[in-house]
Ligand binder design. Structure first.
Ligand code: SF4
Length: 423
């Protein structure tokens, strides 16, 4: 088996008891068959505890409130302590690793939903790189019993075989997308916009069964003429600020409708929405920060929203040295999900997911920055990014709902996302 991993993969070590957001809280833990069998056979007092705290039919532990029943007061795992690391179930052994499988290749990354993994990724100033080597699950810290299925299976249940010719073409397309996203000569919004337009063209070739054209598109989109053409096209989406604000408001509303995994996420989102709706004390904050005068603060409606838009630009300037964080977030989502389209033939939805995720994280960053009197630190980014990932990537319901909306709803058309990106 070959394993492709992100360059910082080996740097991760669980910080366990001192982690600010234990992965043993806020969600149900699925237990694989082999571990379940072992737990149910365990003797003594601990065996009794295991049986009392497991729903055998559902193959899940019974949470105590929001916590795993085996997470002790020191935030350490009693299964690990009583039975040893090798007895942890597949879910607990593998977390925070994100695994995608393609025949004899596994792609393994570290999910942003773990704050420590998020911290490692966001601290890297250099471009994210990947390497591929022969190996075993053990060498990569994985416990792999049942086949790991990509979330990409959701869309077309009847298609569950890897389309190898498509995989090969998409692999090249993904490399090309990485090169666009990591082209630091260009503004990040333009990089993301280029990737979206390219992915939409790739989707057309997939739908038409013309995989050979994907390689031609890679060549085409690399040409200066095509870049100039795109620049002109992007001009149509600039300065449509009111549309952008309305669009983002609808996007945040959509996220509010998702199942809530972690209260911290709900707080971030509702603060972001209050700012979008002008319902919090943002006017006062902008006045005290010198971004709005008392006179203009007295005006209602659109003038206030325009000042909000200015804050968008000011944040971009304030945080310009850390743009690589957004680049990493985009590359992370593309790496984790794009090749899932080799199973369900829907690449455009996955690329849209990456871009919209980045835009939502940015929007919430700005609201945190505003509520903190225009201060936003690396730890704030870790907090927002990991809360987003936990909410969206670790709930089948949320992930599936989002993918459905991304694939079909007009609000997430190419044009609307370009307005959100470029205005
Ligand atoms: S979230 Fe990450 S660092 Fe925290 S306990 Fe889980 S694996 Fe360890």
């Amino acid at each position: 088996m070959k394993y492709r991993t992100v360059s910082y993969y080996g740097e991760f070590h669980c910080i366990g008891g001192i982690c600010e957001d234990s992965c043993c809280e806020n969600w149900e833990i699925d237990v694989d068959d082999a571990s379940l069998k072992k737990y149910m056979k365990q003797g003594g007092e601990f065996g009794k505890r295991l049986r009392e705290n497991t729903r055998v039919k559902e193959k899940q532990f019974i949470n105590k409130g929001t916590r795993c029943p085996f997470l002790n007061e020191d935030n350490l795992c009693d299964i690990y302590i009583e039975m040893g690391e090798e007895s942890l179930c597949e879910t607990c052994t593998n977390f925070p690793r994100h695994i995608e499988e393609f025949d004899n290749l596994k792609e393994v990354s570290l999910t942003m939903s773990c704050p420590e993994a998020s911290r490692i990724m966001l601290a890297k100033k250099e471009k994210m790189t990947f390497s591929c080597e022969e190996g075993t699950d053990e060498e990569y810290g994985l416990k792999h019993i049942a086949p790991v299925h990509s979330f990409a299976f959701w869309k077309r249940g009847h298609v569950n075989k890897l389309d190898k010719p498509l995989f090969d073409a998409l692999f090249s397309a993904r490399e090309f997308i990485f090169s666009i996203l990591q082209d630091r000569q260009e503004p990040i919004a333009k990089r993301a916009a280029t990737v979206l337009v390219f992915a939409s063209a790739v989707q057309e070739y997939i739908d038409g069964g013309r995989y050979d054209n994907i390689l031609k598109a890679i060549e085409d989109y690399g040409q200066p003429d095509k870049r100039r053409q795109m620049e002109e096209y992007f001009g149509r989406f600039r300065n449509r600020v009111t549309e952008k604000e309305n669009w983002m408001r609808q996007i945040l509303n959509m996220y509010e409708g998702l199942e809530n995994i972690k209260p911290e996420w709900r707080e971030l989102l509702s603060e972001g929405m209050k700012i979008m709706h002008g319902e919090n004390d943002l006017k006062g904050m902008l006045v005290s920060a010198g971004m709005l005068t008392e006179e203009s603060a007295g005006e209602e409606g659109s003038s206030f929203l325009r000042n909000y838009t200015l804050s968008y630009r000011e944040f971009a300037n304030y945080y310009k040295e850390q743009v690589y964080e957004f680049e990493h977030i985009l590359v992370y989502y593309i790496f984790n999900y794009m090749l899932g389209a080799s199973y369900d033939h829907d690449v455009f939805t996955k690329v849209k997911f990456a871009v919209v995720s980045c835009l939502v994280i940015l929007e919430l960053d700005i609201s945190v920055w505003l509520t903190q009197h225009k201060e936003f630190l690396y730890e704030d980014q870790v907090k927002v990014a990991h809360a987003y990932s936990k909410e969206v990537e670790h709930s089948y319901n949320n992930f599936e709902s989002l993918q459905l909306v991304l694939s079909a709803h007009p609000i997430l058309s190419l044009e609307n996302i370009l307005v959100g990106l470029l205005s």
